[in-house]
Design a protein. Sequence first.
Lengths: 221, 101
Amino acid sequence: MAEHSAVAAELEHPHALQHHFDDLGQQYDASTFGMWVFLVQEILFFGGLFACYTVYRSMYHDAFALASSHMDRTVGAFNTLVLIGSSLTMALAVRAAQLGHKKALVRNLLFTMALGFVFLGVKVYEYSHKWHEHLVPGLNFLFDSPHARQVEILFSFYFAMTGMHALHMIVGEGLLAYFVVKALKNTYTQTYYGPVEIMGLYWHFVDIVWIFLFPLLYLIG
Amino acid sequence: MSNHHVEPKSTYYLVFLALVIGTVLTVLAAGVHLGPLNIVVALGIASCKATLVVLFFMHVRHSTPLNQLTVAVGFLWLVILLVLLMGDYFSRSWVPPPKAW
């Protein structure tokens, strides 16, 4: 009898339902909407950087091409594939959450984390390489060309934009670790997987930013 | 729940494949000299890739109309930001600076 009323209570008011929502569906819609509003703000935040880049590139077209030729496009393309792969595993993680497959959810979250770390590791390699080539603006920039100052501007954009992107990746890695722990504690169910969906939205957004950064920084030489 | 739609795994694999092909095409296209068209091709491919991610990975295809509107408005604002800013910079040279009195 006590067990029956517990089931009834769970149906009446699911554990995951916040008291200010009518039902889990409304809660899900409200939370994904909130995430999209946040992402629109993120689009405009990165949009400002892209707009600034566009203005300077239209001014110093040749210098930007020269600077871009100092970037390793093979490494950049490799990292693009790594990040696309991590988006695939993230999408599969959300799908596993929708279906209530705990093992697949945890596995795909861990794959996503691993691919994210590969990306960040390659980024560390690239940054240290730039340091040795004296291409870090403001710290050790040495470039033998009449366009040196303009080349320095592109490298400023490179570090500002990929740096902001990498910071988002690092935040994402922390969030993924949190989701792995929560998933292991059976927090997510077929009717309550909204947070995993939101984690996915964030991760895919960071992927999209890189999809634009890669050609604009690495491939204009 | 308005979003009970579960995509088959094959959809995600196909989108992933399209994204890989797009990346390869971007690198190949950058090696061909098209002049000012290079950037148009690069951004065109990037936009297609981003659209695939938004529609399939981010589930906007099956999202609520409110979310779809929010995404559309986000990109509209981005376009306003870029068009007005570039409109300013490109048109500055059209009018000569006024002479001193």
